[in-house]
Design a protein. Sequence first.
Length: 381
Amino acid sequence: MIERAAHDRRAGSPAPSERPSSGFLRRALTGVRNGLYRPLAGDDARVTYWVRHVRIGVLLTELAALAVTAHVLLTDGLAARDRALLALATVVLVCTPAILLLPLAAMMRDWRGPTLFYAWTLASAAVVIIATRLDGGAGSPLDALVFLVLAYTAVAYPPQGVVAMGSLITVGHLLLVDLPGLSAGGLFFAAITGVFTVVCAMSSANSWAAYDRHVLLIRTQELLASTDALTGAPNRRLFRERVSAAVDAAAWGHQSVLCLVDLDGFTTVNDAGGHAAGDALLSAVATALGGAVRETDTVARLGGDEFGVLADVTAGFSAEALAERLRAAVALTGTRYRVTASVGVAEIEPGDEVEDLLHRADVAMYRAKSGGGDRVSAVGG
């Protein structure tokens, strides 16, 4: 038996903790966690939406507490349980606005947002169930407030969260309100609550799906607005944004360099092979430039046959070495048409203006071109 176990381990058989059933359980738990704790907000607009949603929830909770108060006061007599209901409603009225004192905007960006909503829903359901029990149990009209809680979850939670909260509320109502004397009315109420939970989950699924499509559309539009259609590289707009960010980072000691790459003799490509050949060469140059830098650097097409490169400067990746690699990459790619590149280099300094920086690199590039092309020129060089 021991020899067989040793043989299985040598053959690569999974240890007991690595069995497929264990992996399935781990994936299932991860899926449940991701479903329940789906990120609520990734941008300021979405944060604003959820903060507004919390405020609406506070208002609804306050109105519900006032409705309970009115129900008690309009009931003949004021028994001990009625005083308990008034006390419970007062606690809700006083304590619920404290939610607005939380750092809601920050909470909506991480796990604290879903946790707030789950805790709030469980607390609200508990209050409703206790109030229903105090008001006579299954015959009390206060149990209708359960549906208000569930309707709010349909807007706040992903479908998994709606099902989880609806199930807990249904079970809680059965255990604390209907039992031990379970009646046909109690079973009917539980059935309706279950169906309403399913409807709320469907509504939630549709809402989140619509939001996902909206986000995908926005990201696609942003990508198209910042990408050169021919080469797939960033365009001038995105390049300027990244240069501006690099200028800001320079104030904190981050070193980076801007290179302008202008092709020499490119017009002969269109003359000899047509625009299709020119487009193919531009795409090939963009790919070659991308291969000459690191993944964290930026290669953009600025228009026509001009490219921009923004790269970090390190001890092993100097501005001079980078520019030479760019020049060599273009020379190799354009061998067939004898196309080379003039490269202008400008290191980014703290306090630079983007326009001045681009102008310095442009001056350096034209200096390289006027010197015959296929060379590198740096500002001040």
